[in-house]
Design a protein around this ligand. Sequence first.
Ligand code: KIV
Ligand code: NA
Length: 265
Amino acid sequence: IKRITTHTIREMKARGEKIAVLTGYDYSMARILDDAGIDIILVGDSAANVMAGYETTVPITLDEMICYASAVVRAAKRALIVVDLPFGTYQGDSSDALKAAVRVMKETGAHALKVEGGAEIKEAVQRIVNAGIPVMGHLGLTPQSIYKFGTYTVRAKDEAEANKLRADAQLLEEAGCFGIVLEKIPAVLAAEVSANLNIPTIGIGAGAGCDGQVLVVHDMLGINKGFKPKFLRQYLNLYEDISNAVGRYIQDVKAADFPNDQEQY
Ligand code: KIV
Ligand code: NA
Protein backbone atom coordinates (compact mmCIF):
# COMPACT_ATOMS: atom_id res chain seq x y z
CA ILE A 1 0.00 0.00 0.00
CA LYS A 2 1.37 3.37 -1.01
CA ARG A 3 1.04 6.10 1.62
CA ILE A 4 -0.77 9.31 0.68
CA THR A 5 1.52 12.28 1.32
CA THR A 6 1.16 16.05 1.30
CA HIS A 7 2.78 15.81 -2.15
CA THR A 8 0.07 13.38 -3.34
CA ILE A 9 -2.59 15.78 -2.08
CA ARG A 10 -1.17 18.67 -4.10
CA GLU A 11 -0.95 16.45 -7.20
CA MET A 12 -4.59 15.51 -6.75
CA LYS A 13 -5.57 19.18 -6.98
CA ALA A 14 -3.33 19.65 -10.05
CA ARG A 15 -5.08 16.81 -11.89
CA GLY A 16 -8.54 17.74 -10.66
CA GLU A 17 -9.10 14.68 -8.46
CA LYS A 18 -11.26 15.52 -5.44
CA ILE A 19 -9.80 14.77 -2.01
CA ALA A 20 -11.95 12.73 0.40
CA VAL A 21 -11.39 13.48 4.09
CA LEU A 22 -13.11 12.24 7.25
CA THR A 23 -12.30 12.76 10.89
CA GLY A 24 -11.12 9.83 12.99
CA TYR A 25 -10.18 9.51 16.65
CA ASP A 26 -9.74 5.83 17.45
CA TYR A 27 -8.12 2.65 16.19
CA SER A 28 -11.19 0.65 15.16
CA MET A 29 -12.88 3.41 13.16
CA ALA A 30 -9.61 4.58 11.58
CA ARG A 31 -8.97 1.04 10.35
CA ILE A 32 -12.35 1.03 8.58
CA LEU A 33 -11.80 4.47 7.03
CA ASP A 34 -8.30 3.54 5.86
CA ASP A 35 -9.37 0.17 4.39
CA ALA A 36 -12.24 1.92 2.59
CA GLY A 37 -9.73 4.21 0.86
CA ILE A 38 -10.11 7.59 2.55
CA ASP A 39 -7.35 10.00 1.46
CA ILE A 40 -6.89 11.92 4.70
CA ILE A 41 -7.93 11.09 8.28
CA LEU A 42 -8.19 14.29 10.28
CA VAL A 43 -7.78 13.77 14.01
CA GLY A 44 -9.90 16.86 14.58
CA ASP A 45 -10.32 18.63 17.88
CA SER A 46 -14.01 17.88 17.22
CA ALA A 47 -12.94 14.92 19.37
CA ALA A 48 -13.77 17.36 22.17
CA ASN A 49 -17.43 17.21 21.10
CA VAL A 50 -18.02 13.71 19.76
CA MET A 51 -15.53 11.70 21.83
CA ALA A 52 -15.20 13.59 25.11
CA GLY A 53 -18.59 15.33 25.38
CA TYR A 54 -17.32 18.90 25.80
CA GLU A 55 -19.66 21.62 24.57
CA THR A 56 -16.94 23.32 22.48
CA THR A 57 -13.47 22.43 21.19
CA VAL A 58 -11.86 24.93 23.58
CA PRO A 59 -11.16 22.62 26.57
CA ILE A 60 -9.44 19.70 24.80
CA THR A 61 -5.76 19.37 25.72
CA LEU A 62 -2.62 18.51 23.77
CA ASP A 63 -2.29 15.28 25.79
CA GLU A 64 -5.83 14.23 24.83
CA MET A 65 -5.17 14.99 21.14
CA ILE A 66 -1.95 12.98 21.29
CA CYS A 67 -3.86 10.01 22.74
CA TYR A 68 -6.48 10.07 19.95
CA ALA A 69 -3.88 10.67 17.22
CA SER A 70 -1.64 7.80 18.36
CA ALA A 71 -4.55 5.36 18.09
CA VAL A 72 -5.37 6.54 14.55
CA VAL A 73 -1.72 6.29 13.47
CA ARG A 74 -1.60 2.66 14.67
CA ALA A 75 -4.58 1.87 12.41
CA ALA A 76 -3.93 3.67 9.13
CA LYS A 77 -1.61 2.21 6.51
CA ARG A 78 -2.51 4.44 3.55
CA ALA A 79 -4.24 7.63 4.65
CA LEU A 80 -2.39 10.86 5.37
CA ILE A 81 -2.96 11.65 9.05
CA VAL A 82 -3.48 15.28 10.00
CA VAL A 83 -3.85 16.30 13.66
CA ASP A 84 -5.48 19.47 15.00
CA LEU A 85 -3.34 21.51 17.37
CA PRO A 86 -5.77 22.34 20.19
CA PHE A 87 -6.74 25.81 21.38
CA GLY A 88 -4.03 27.54 23.39
CA THR A 89 -1.04 25.68 21.99
CA TYR A 90 -0.18 27.96 19.04
CA GLN A 91 -1.92 31.34 19.46
CA GLY A 92 0.80 32.87 21.62
CA ASP A 93 4.57 32.56 21.40
CA SER A 94 5.62 30.81 18.19
CA SER A 95 8.32 28.87 20.05
CA ASP A 96 5.58 27.38 22.27
CA ALA A 97 3.66 26.53 19.08
CA LEU A 98 6.69 24.74 17.67
CA LYS A 99 7.09 22.79 20.94
CA ALA A 100 3.47 21.61 20.77
CA ALA A 101 3.87 20.72 17.09
CA VAL A 102 7.04 18.72 17.74
CA ARG A 103 5.35 16.85 20.60
CA VAL A 104 2.50 15.71 18.33
CA MET A 105 4.87 14.63 15.56
CA LYS A 106 7.25 12.75 17.90
CA GLU A 107 4.66 11.17 20.21
CA THR A 108 2.03 10.14 17.64
CA GLY A 109 3.75 9.44 14.33
CA ALA A 110 1.19 11.59 12.49
CA HIS A 111 2.18 13.26 9.23
CA ALA A 112 0.85 16.81 9.46
CA LEU A 113 -0.88 19.33 11.70
CA LYS A 114 -3.82 21.72 11.33
CA VAL A 115 -4.24 25.15 12.91
CA GLU A 116 -7.07 27.69 12.81
CA GLY A 117 -6.62 31.28 11.64
CA GLY A 118 -4.67 33.48 9.24
CA ALA A 119 -2.55 36.58 9.80
CA GLU A 120 -2.86 36.22 13.60
CA ILE A 121 -0.90 32.95 13.61
CA LYS A 122 1.40 33.53 10.63
CA GLU A 123 4.60 33.38 12.72
CA ALA A 124 3.62 30.08 14.33
CA VAL A 125 2.74 28.56 10.94
CA GLN A 126 6.06 29.66 9.42
CA ARG A 127 8.04 28.39 12.38
CA ILE A 128 6.38 24.96 12.30
CA VAL A 129 6.73 24.69 8.51
CA ASN A 130 10.39 25.76 8.76
CA ALA A 131 10.95 22.88 11.17
CA GLY A 132 9.84 20.50 8.41
CA ILE A 133 6.34 19.82 9.69
CA PRO A 134 3.52 20.06 7.12
CA VAL A 135 0.74 22.44 8.19
CA MET A 136 -2.86 22.67 7.02
CA GLY A 137 -4.70 25.95 7.55
CA HIS A 138 -8.34 26.40 8.57
CA LEU A 139 -10.39 29.52 7.74
CA GLY A 140 -14.03 30.61 7.88
CA LEU A 141 -15.88 29.18 10.86
CA THR A 142 -12.99 28.33 13.17
CA PRO A 143 -14.63 26.66 16.19
CA GLN A 144 -11.77 27.44 18.59
CA SER A 145 -12.93 31.09 18.26
CA ILE A 146 -16.58 30.30 19.02
CA TYR A 147 -16.69 32.68 21.97
CA LYS A 148 -15.53 35.50 19.68
CA PHE A 149 -18.15 34.65 17.01
CA GLY A 150 -20.91 33.84 19.50
CA THR A 151 -22.64 31.67 16.89
CA TYR A 152 -21.92 28.68 14.61
CA THR A 153 -23.55 30.42 11.64
CA VAL A 154 -22.03 30.92 8.14
CA ARG A 155 -18.92 33.18 8.12
CA ALA A 156 -17.57 35.70 5.56
CA LYS A 157 -20.98 36.76 4.28
CA ASP A 158 -20.00 40.44 4.40
CA GLU A 159 -17.31 41.87 2.14
CA ALA A 160 -14.91 42.84 4.96
CA GLU A 161 -14.77 39.32 6.37
CA ALA A 162 -14.64 37.82 2.86
CA ASN A 163 -11.67 40.06 1.99
CA LYS A 164 -9.83 39.06 5.16
CA LEU A 165 -10.43 35.40 4.29
CA ARG A 166 -9.10 35.93 0.75
CA ALA A 167 -5.96 37.60 2.16
CA ASP A 168 -5.52 34.94 4.88
CA ALA A 169 -5.75 32.15 2.30
CA GLN A 170 -2.95 33.72 0.22
CA LEU A 171 -0.91 34.34 3.37
CA LEU A 172 -1.24 30.69 4.47
CA GLU A 173 -0.17 29.48 1.03
CA GLU A 174 2.85 31.82 1.13
CA ALA A 175 3.67 30.69 4.68
CA GLY A 176 4.00 27.15 3.29
CA CYS A 177 0.72 25.43 4.19
CA PHE A 178 -0.02 22.36 2.05
CA GLY A 179 -3.79 22.82 2.20
CA ILE A 180 -6.56 24.84 3.82
CA VAL A 181 -9.86 23.77 5.37
CA LEU A 182 -12.68 26.18 4.52
CA GLU A 183 -15.55 25.82 6.99
CA LYS A 184 -19.08 27.19 6.59
CA ILE A 185 -18.56 30.03 4.10
CA PRO A 186 -20.55 30.90 0.95
CA ALA A 187 -19.93 28.42 -1.89
CA VAL A 188 -19.10 31.23 -4.35
CA LEU A 189 -16.36 32.60 -2.09
CA ALA A 190 -14.92 29.12 -1.44
CA ALA A 191 -14.84 28.39 -5.19
CA GLU A 192 -13.06 31.68 -5.89
CA VAL A 193 -10.47 31.10 -3.13
CA SER A 194 -9.93 27.51 -4.32
CA ALA A 195 -9.35 28.65 -7.91
CA ASN A 196 -6.86 31.31 -6.80
CA LEU A 197 -4.72 28.94 -4.70
CA ASN A 198 -2.15 26.39 -5.82
CA ILE A 199 -2.68 24.36 -2.64
CA PRO A 200 -5.91 22.37 -2.21
CA THR A 201 -8.90 23.54 -0.19
CA ILE A 202 -10.92 21.04 1.85
CA GLY A 203 -14.48 22.23 2.40
CA ILE A 204 -17.05 21.60 5.11
CA GLY A 205 -20.21 23.53 4.45
CA ALA A 206 -18.26 25.44 1.79
CA GLY A 207 -19.80 24.07 -1.41
CA ALA A 208 -18.72 22.05 -4.44
CA GLY A 209 -15.95 24.39 -5.60
CA CYS A 210 -13.48 23.14 -2.99
CA ASP A 211 -10.76 20.67 -3.97
CA GLY A 212 -11.89 18.18 -1.35
CA GLN A 213 -14.53 17.63 1.31
CA VAL A 214 -14.40 16.76 4.99
CA LEU A 215 -17.10 15.63 7.41
CA VAL A 216 -17.01 14.61 11.04
CA VAL A 217 -17.35 10.83 10.84
CA HIS A 218 -19.88 10.63 13.70
CA ASP A 219 -22.07 13.13 11.84
CA MET A 220 -22.03 11.36 8.45
CA LEU A 221 -22.69 7.98 10.10
CA GLY A 222 -25.59 9.39 12.12
CA ILE A 223 -24.08 8.64 15.52
CA ASN A 224 -24.31 12.26 16.68
CA LYS A 225 -28.07 12.32 17.31
CA GLY A 226 -29.91 15.55 16.55
CA PHE A 227 -27.03 17.24 14.66
CA LYS A 228 -28.32 17.83 11.14
CA PRO A 229 -27.04 21.09 9.61
CA LYS A 230 -27.83 21.80 5.94
CA PHE A 231 -24.31 20.90 4.74
CA LEU A 232 -24.34 17.44 6.33
CA ARG A 233 -25.10 14.42 4.16
CA GLN A 234 -25.96 11.61 6.58
CA TYR A 235 -25.08 8.20 5.08
CA LEU A 236 -26.31 6.02 7.94
CA ASN A 237 -28.44 6.32 11.04
CA LEU A 238 -26.09 4.44 13.34
CA TYR A 239 -27.58 5.96 16.48
CA GLU A 240 -30.81 4.10 15.75
CA ASP A 241 -29.09 0.94 14.51
CA ILE A 242 -26.85 0.70 17.57
CA SER A 243 -29.69 1.58 19.91
CA ASN A 244 -31.85 -1.18 18.39
CA ALA A 245 -29.02 -3.72 18.65
CA VAL A 246 -28.39 -2.83 22.29
CA GLY A 247 -32.13 -3.07 22.99
CA ARG A 248 -32.27 -6.57 21.48
CA TYR A 249 -29.22 -7.64 23.50
CA ILE A 250 -30.82 -6.41 26.72
CA GLN A 251 -34.01 -8.31 25.88
CA ASP A 252 -32.08 -11.51 25.09
CA VAL A 253 -30.14 -11.36 28.36
CA LYS A 254 -33.25 -10.59 30.43
CA ALA A 255 -35.15 -13.44 28.74
CA ALA A 256 -32.25 -15.84 29.38
CA ASP A 257 -32.16 -16.36 25.60
CA PHE A 258 -28.48 -15.35 25.40
CA PRO A 259 -26.22 -17.30 25.47
CA ASN A 260 -27.74 -20.36 23.81
CA ASP A 261 -26.27 -23.88 23.55
CA GLN A 262 -23.95 -22.94 20.66
CA GLU A 263 -22.69 -19.83 22.44
CA GLN A 264 -21.14 -21.54 25.43
CA TYR A 265 -18.29 -23.98 26.21
O1 KIV B 1 -12.12 19.23 14.24
C1 KIV B 1 -12.64 18.96 13.13
O2 KIV B 1 -13.37 17.96 12.96
C2 KIV B 1 -12.36 19.85 12.01
C3 KIV B 1 -13.04 19.59 10.70
C4 KIV B 1 -14.50 19.72 10.80
C5 KIV B 1 -12.48 20.42 9.61
O3 KIV B 1 -11.59 20.76 12.17
NA1 NA C 1 -10.99 21.16 14.30
